[in-house]
Design a protein around this ligand. Structure first.
Ligand code: SF4
Ligand code: MG
Length: 315
């Protein structure tokens, strides 16, 4: 079966300055990442801020060019597709619906934008497809005539989802789609996304720093740390028997979240990961509670088995 999303040896570097007079540094935000997502499944990607998960999302959406490697969507190389073909296949839903919706346009016009950008579609067809998308996400035709500022946060995220669905894509990349919402609304949006996946046979790449959210929706989970996937497994397996020390620390942190920071307190001291200064050896070793001597000098290689992938000397 052709994978819905396949990435091979994906890498993305940036040059950043950490001060006005500092020379630019090379940051490897995504470092040799490979995986395949079967159609109809949900790959949850978790990790702290700065781990590269949003960069990964943008690479898969074609919003960023890879420094190396390939993104293959539904059997076609992303780099060989034009923007319109790409939009028909894969669509984004981002974190902050308020920032991603044009405040000067009515909801209907916002949802219609991807259709209009395709060109060659009648006004009648646009109306029909917009109504279909609004209905799918539980918005009324009346709400379609309003402006984003007249809607609640949850309704605005429904608008963003309707806009993502209007071209009937096969794949949706969700980057923290519920993180800006109240907890009660988060569950509604997650349930809506789960229902849409079932009804429309969608495939999701679902990015979140919130493990509870990922556990709710993902069929498979990839854990990212400083640009690499350090563990990947079926969701149930990963939550029941995490194998990487970082995954275990993340899971433990769910029990003692640090509110307001958006970054889980992994309970491993105050050494925060800095993508501009990736430690030698295993990149997790300065924070790892079970590190051994060679972890400081030798990078572990990814080991694949029936249960998934893990990158740790002790696994
Ligand atoms: Fe910890 Fe070593 Fe495994 Fe890295 S390789 S996660 S430092 S035990
Ligand atoms: Mg992000």
């Amino acid at each position: 079966m052709t994978a819905a999303i396949e990435v091979r040896g994906l890498r993305r570097e940036f040059r950043v300055r950490q001060g006005v007079f500092a020379p630019p540094k090379r940051v490897i935000a995504v470092d040799d990442v490979s995986f395949a997502v079967p159609p109809g499944s949900v790959l949850g990607v978790v990790g702290e801020s700065g781990c590269g998960k949003s960069t990964l999302a943008r690479l898969i959406l074609g919003l960023l060019e890879p420094s190396a490697g390939d993104v293959v969507v539904d059997g076609q190389r992303l780099s060989a597709m034009d923007r319109r073909a790409r939009a028909r296949l894969i669509q984004p839903v981002f974190q902050d619906p308020f920032a991603s919706l044009n405040p000067k346009r009515r909801v209907r016009d916002i949802v219609a934008m991807p259709l209009i950008a395709q060109g060659d579609i009648s006004g009648h067809d646009i109306d029909r497809r917009v109504n279909e998308a609004l209905e799918r996400v539980g918005l009324s035709p009346d709400q379609g005539t309003r402006y984003p500022a007249q809607l609640s946060g949850g309704q605005r995220q429904r608008v963003a989802i309707a806009r993502a669905l209007v071209l009937r894509p096969r794949i949706v990349v969700c980057d923290e789609p519920t993180s800006a919402l109240d907890v009660s609304v988060q569950a509604q949006i997650l349930n809506l996304l789960a229902e849409l996946r079932r009804d429309l046979g969608l495939t999701y790449l679902f990015i979140s720093h919130n493990l509870a959210v990922v556990e709710h929706i993902a069929t498979e989970v990839a854990v990212m740390y400083l640009g690499r996937i350090v563990e990947r497994a079926e969701s149930e397996t990963l939550f029941a028997a995490p194998r990487h020390p970082y995954t275990r620390a993340l899971l433990a942190s769910v029990l003692t979240p640090e509110p307001g920071l958006g970054v889980p307190d992994v309970g491993l001291g105050d050494v925060m990961p800095d993508p501009a200064n990736i430690p030698p050896g295993c990149r997790f070793h300065p924070r790892c509670p079970v590190a051994i001597a060679k972890c400081a000098t030798e990078a572990p290689r990814p080991a694949n088995d029936a249960a998934g992938l893990v990158e740790c000397h002790l696994a």
